[in-house]
Design a protein around this ligand. Structure first.
Ligand code: FBP
Length: 346
């Protein structure tokens, strides 16, 4: 009974108090994202009822068929944030170029990068999907934001997080002051603090990978997976259980709360991996690191990678630090410099 009821708005305001120089602009931006999450949650929860399922009949910058809910989520994020005077620019998985904020709306000092609906292939089968976001301070001086503002190393993040639309809707974020989770109370329409100061459990339970792609994997990846399964004679370990939902946010969220590793390695079909660096890997890497975990591209910390382009792909290993470091170890031991060069794009 003595558990405090803390809304996300109050939590954001309390965090802001730690920065006497804060203007409130950043707090308001975080709160805007929580509002968009509620709007998207309403649509995902009734996706099977209204004509929001299925294809939108358009393709996005990745050449992928867009789902109606992708478009809805993207537009909700843009329409909510375009006119608030907090942003200089936005970038989305669904659009080729950056989305500049024009002067008529008033230009702010932050940039917002997002994957509006991660795991969209899960929509039609009512499995979990998510939204991923990253916030930086702009680098360019004045006027509408520019590409350079959106291509910053993860080390420069001001905040990042995600929303998972599953059995319940949860928003998880960090501003570098720990990782906090808020569950949406549909009766009140409020995100309430349900998971304060999340830390990834030291004893991992799960490994999450699409093992259907094994034939395209390097030797290092095949041996690393055997090791996770406790089948490596040379380096025995307790086998982990396999879980794969096929939505990065959902697989990451489970492993964040229960311990484990998610990985989408580079392979002979995708030598640079499948997932996107700027609005998928980097935002989750910041959350993982703040929760005591680690994220790597198989060779280096994802937060130290300088993005070269908005929709750049990267291999991703994320979760318990010791497991991710083992993946780096297997890649350097079995795949050698050629694979490392492939990862770093040499
Ligand atoms: P988008 O749905 O945002 O394009 O994300 C890509 C994604 O769906 C991830 O969420 C997921 O981890 C991965 O692709 C699944 O890929 P695959 O179907 O090859 O296992």
């Amino acid at each position: 009974m003595d558990r405090k009821i803390i809304t996300i708005e109050r939590h954001i305001t309390e965090q802001q108090r730690k920065y006497p120089e804060a203007t409130g602009m950043f707090s308001d931006l975080l709160y805007d994202i929580a509002l968009v999450a509620k709007i998207i949650a309403r649509e995902t929860s009734r996706a099977g009822l209204v004509d929001i399922l299925g294809l939108a009949g358009k393709t996005n910058v990745q050449g992928e068929q867009q789902m109606k809910l992708d478009v809805f989520a993207h537009e909700a994020m843009v329409r909510m944030n375009r006119h608030t005077t907090r942003l200089a620019a936005m970038a989305s998985e669904e659009v080729e170029d950056i989305i500049p904020v024009s002067a008529e709306y008033g230009i702010g000092k932050y940039v917002l990068l997002f994957d509006p609906l991660d795991g969209s292939s899960n929509i039609d089968v009512d499995a979990s999907v998510g939204t991923i976001f990253a916030i930086y301070r702009r680098l360019s001086m004045g006027g509408a934001g520019r590409m350079e503002d959106c291509l910053q190393e993860g080390r420069r993040l001001v905040a990042s997080g995600y929303v998972i639309y599953g059995s319940s809707t949860m928003m998880v974020y960090t501003t570098g002051q720990g990782v906090h989770g808020f569950t949406l109370d549909l009766t009140m329409g409020e995100f309430l603090l349900s998971h304060s100061d999340i830390h990834i459990p030291a004893k991992p339970k799960y490994y999450s990978v699409n093992q259907g792609h094994e034939q395209y994997w390097t030797t290092g990846m095949k041996r690393f997976t055997r090791w996770l399964q406790g089948m490596d004679q040379k380096v025995p370990r307790r086998p982990l259980s396999s879980r794969y939902i096929g939505a990065l946010v959902a697989d990451f969220h489970r492993n964040l709360l229960q311990g484990g590793i998610f990985y989408y390695p580079a392979d002979t079909r995708n030598p640079r991996g499948k997932l996107r660096l700027v609005y998928e890997a980097i935002p989750l890497a910041f959350v993982a690191e703040q929760a005591g975990g680690y994220a790597s591209d198989g060779h280096r910390n994802i937060l130290d990678v300088q993005p070269q382009s908005l929709h750049q792909r990267t291999p991703l290993f994320i979760g318990n630090r010791d497991l991710v470091e083992q993946a780096e170890e297997f890649i350097s031991r079995y795949d050698g410099q050629r694979q490392v060069d492939a990862i770093v794009g040499k």
